[in-house]
Design a protein around this ligand. Structure first.
Ligand SMILES: *Cc1c(COP(=O)(O)O)cnc(C)c1O
Length: 372
């Protein structure tokens, strides 16, 4: 196998879910978002591990992602978090995915597709309480619920909303989340008053789980926490989760570079002393962003060494210093759970992004290796 790999620690994924379980209590169901190939960790293996760890629902973004789960034999409910095109509806029905319903026109289309297949399709109503992405307005929730409840081929299994700033401790953001939760509660009440059972109510992403107990309702949908990252900066009471993905490679070449010689494209780095340079077979096509050039350290043995010169498509170079015990074929960690080395959250900080984009960005050509 290739030297460069993403090691996925499924045991840690399970203990992260256990940590979430102890935070939300036994009475709250857990839905694990496994969109984007489980944030880059591999959808099918993560889905199986998540269900074994006690998740009752899975969530994907595209119909194709849902089909992949069904074709691998997974029977758990699969929520479709993004809205599909009408031509995708037959696949949704055939593979028993659970779409979100935010308007009457789309409800009709799903109902027709279900009826055409002779099926009844479970759906979740989606209410927009302040994210302004998808959902009906809270004041329209009761009439939408009544409409959907009247469609014989649809079953309302749940009702949901999504929180925009649940991961923030800023007073304005805490207040906004409270407003979203109140709007959602009011919408649920109006649905019940219209004589319709809203089913499983759910709102909380990882930020909600971490900071807002009143956002839990019947089910939570934490993604980031399951993969082992803190949603909240400087959380005074962080959940005990650890990163599931470790991205590493091995040294495939070593050479002495002389003082004054430059390394890699653009000659952006020049040795100021004779030094040992290691070549790693990992580059931006694997997901090691080129803009990390000169701003990243690799963990080799128990020490950090700087990545020097430009990161290439498939390779990059590390400065080991004039005297080094490091040997050819040694392992180099680019990010992972080891506190001595960089984490995906560290890389995200350097790049001005969030850890989601780091793990999702690890390319498909990088083999995922699963360990317990
Ligand atoms: C991705 C997503 C989540 C999970 O968000 P995290 O921040 O990873 O916890 C929850 N709900 C919806 C609708 C999502 O799209």
């Amino acid at each position: 196998m290739r030297a460069t790999r993403a090691c996925i620690h499924l045991g840690r994924l399970k203990s992260n879910i256990t940590a979430i379980r102890s935070r939300v209590g036994a009475g709250t169901a857990i839905c694990v978002p496994i969109k984007a190939d489980a944030y880059g960790h591999g959808a099918v293996r993560v889905a199986v591990a998540a269900i074994r760890a006690g998740a009752s629902h899975l969530a994907v973004a595209s119909v194709q992602e849902g089909v992949e789960l069904r074709e691998s034999g997974i029977v758990a409910p699969v929520l479709l978090l993004s809205l599909p095109l009408p031509e995708e509806l037959p696949d949704i029905v055939a593979h028993r995915m659970t779409p979100l319903i935010a308007d009457g026109e789309f409800a009709r289309a799903v109902a027709d597709a279900a009826e055409a297949a002779g099926e009844r399709t479970a759906v979740h109503l989606k209410i927009d309480t302040g994210m302004c992405r998808i959902g009906c307005r809270p004041e329209e929730a009761a009439s939408l619920a009544r409409l959907v409840a009247g469609m014989d081929s649809l079953i309302i299994e749940g009702t949901s909303t999504h929180l925009a700033v649940a991961d923030s401790l800023a007073p304005d953001d805490l207040a906004f989340t409270k407003t979203q939760i109140a709007r959602f509660s009011d919408a649920l009440l109006s649905i019940r008053q219209a004589g319709v059972d809203p089913g499983i109510a759910h709102a909380a992403n990882s930020g909600g789980v971490a900071l807002h107990p009143d956002s839990r309702f019947d089910m939570v949908r934490p993604g980031l926490l399951v993969y082992g990252y803190q949603p909240v900066d400087d959380d005074p009471d962080p959940l005990p989760v650890a990163p599931v993905m470790e991205f590493d490679t091995r040294i495939v070449f070593l050479k002495m570079v002389r003082r004054g010689e430059s390394v890699s494209y653009g000659r952006a780095w020049t040795a100021d002393r004779d030094t040992l340079i290691a070549t790693l077979p990992v580059g931006y096509a694997d997901g090691l962003a080129r803009s990390l050039s000169g701003r990243l350290n690799a963990l080799i043995g128990d020490r950090l060494y700087p990545v020097v010169g430009r990161i290439c498509m498939d390779q990059c170079m590390v400065d080991l210093g004039p005297e080094s015990e490091v040997r050819r074929w040694d392992r180099a960690v680019l990010f992972g759970p080891d506190p001595r080395g960089p984490s995906a959250a560290d890389l995200a900080r350097v790049l001005g992004t969030i850890p989601y984009e780091i793990t999702c960005g690890i390319n498909r050509r990088v083999p995922r290796v699963y360990v317990d």
